[in-house]
Design a protein around this ligand. Sequence first.
Ligand code: PRX
Length: 652
Amino acid sequence: MVPEIQNLLHEARRFPPTQEFAAQANASSELYEQASAGREEFWADQARQLLHWHTPFTTTLDWSNPPFAKWFDDGQLNVAYNCLDRHVLAGLGDRVALHWEGEPGDTRTVTYAELTAEVKRTANLLVSLGITAGDRVAIYLPMIPEAVVAMLAVARIGAVHSVVFGGFSASSLRSRIDDANAKVVITADGGWRKGKVMPLKPAVDAALAQGGPENPSSVEHVLVVKRGDNEVEWTSGRDLWWHEEVPAMDAEHEAQPFAAEHPLFILYTSGTTGSPKGILHTSGGYLTQVAFTHRNVFDLKAETDVFWCTADIGWVTGHSYVVYGPLANGATQVLYEGTPDVPHPGRWWELIEKYKVTTLYTAPTAIRSFMKAGREIPLGFDLTSLRVLGSVGEPINPEAWIWYQEIIGGGLTPVVDTWWQTETGAIMISALAGVTTTKPGSAQVPIPGISVDVVSEAGQSRPKNSGGLLVVTEPWPAMLRGIWGDPERFKKTYWDQFEGKYFAGDGARLDRDGEVWVLGRVDDVMNVSGHRLSTAEIESALVSHHMVAEAAVVGAEDEATGQAVVAFVILKRSADTHDVASASDILRAHVAAEIGAIARPRSVFIVQELPKTRSGKIMRRLLRDVADGREVGDTSTLADTQVMQTISDTVR
Ligand code: PRX
């Protein structure tokens, strides 16, 4: 189903905004004109209009020490105040911030006044636990209102959160805790997923116990929300129940201003090496760009819209378009704990009907799985409240785009395909609802104030109607400020390839109009269901198993998930190999236990050899051919040209 790019580029359908939509849209083509008249001034205007500054800034961009940018450097603000207090002070305390729905069907409605009070109490608790500005707090929670509260409480006191997706394993959690030296972990006993309680606290206990008493972690306290009601062990002195501690705190807490460049969060993401990198984001520039894009890409009308971004807060999409962008804009949102098909396959559509959702922002993988389940499911619900649809995380094939627009959007709804990354912090390339004539399958144009290019390997700009590598050519407000604790890796990964330009790691094509079609990663990073996974990280999990001598992992094409993890493994001679079928299952389970269920390979093939060049480099390209069932490409540079024949025979 994932189409060849040539087919994509022949996609000729065009959807201009309706006059009616365009007439009421927040954005207009003037935004592009303003931005091109003066990029920095444009962002400074946005920062002033969209945010409250305790101390106004007088400088916009400091790029004197690239690639370390400073935006609005002498300004001061409090991110949580911008997302909460100022709305309450403006008389909007009764506006619903969150329509929360638990997977079993329990609900909570949280207004801006209630959210603000809960964040203040939690901030007071964190202070009483000794957390001060700059300290790191790990968050490992299901999609419950406390997840939003925890992030904002940490931000409010100038501490730095590191949210770890609840699907990651104990050892992934521990390595992230160690890397950031987190002092507190905020978690829950468990959360509801796929009709049952998925335990979380036991994973935290296991993470903190790893390495034994000689290897204590940096964590002093574990704050636990009661959600799953599953039984948990308790370490007294260390562990605290949220429902006992938070309500006992004062609901008053005055937000202090912090410098615009004060760190806001670290979010770990996979790169091309075995260890995830902690992407660092700061405050003023990040909040400016997430608020700007949320308002203009999705045409947010805060008074009347109900926004629903389906991403988990464990990913950057959840940070930027569940927490910071929408709350900075005073939006009303839906937050849903569970999976789309529990207790029935129409759950999402039921929620859209129930809460009259106006804006849905989700990933192509989800759309493709709904397509497969059949249009009659969504057509059984009233989806007429929807007026904007968004897509993120992976290329969207035109077929899925059209289905999304017709079946979910009822035909006329703008669909915006938004390209960005954990590192970019906010949307970078996207149509603007009501302004752009959309093209199914293309992310289209950089948003106002952002400059991108498609270049050759040598760094030359590619002409229209050709392909190359996607780069960002000018610093932007929400850009990552570094990799936590590793400035060299930051420079090397993103800035060394093309002088002065940010290399995104994606391939792209420019069409005849010069608009961008993102093709996907050109490095050893896979994209499974819109989530980033590194081949090296999964290989290192595989070789950590005592049976495994060598492993090579590739991303294979997958109809549903975009890509799927496929591993080729050589077992040690000493391994008990009498049952090869169970070796595959053991290793699939091992990867899930080491990294998390999202990294579990679709298949593990046990092979005798791996294809290597004479210098010993594994030729993944050839393995990808095998995994995709294609004819194997040129093998002439292999040290042993027979090897691919043997592998192909094994896999068949
Ligand atoms: O390959 C691109 C793909 O997702 C990568 C970024 O992954 P992550 O940091 O996990 O953030 C995902 C959500 C922002 C990119 O390098 N990607 C993201 N959005 C798109 C996309 N590929 C094509 N089209 C998109 N709209």
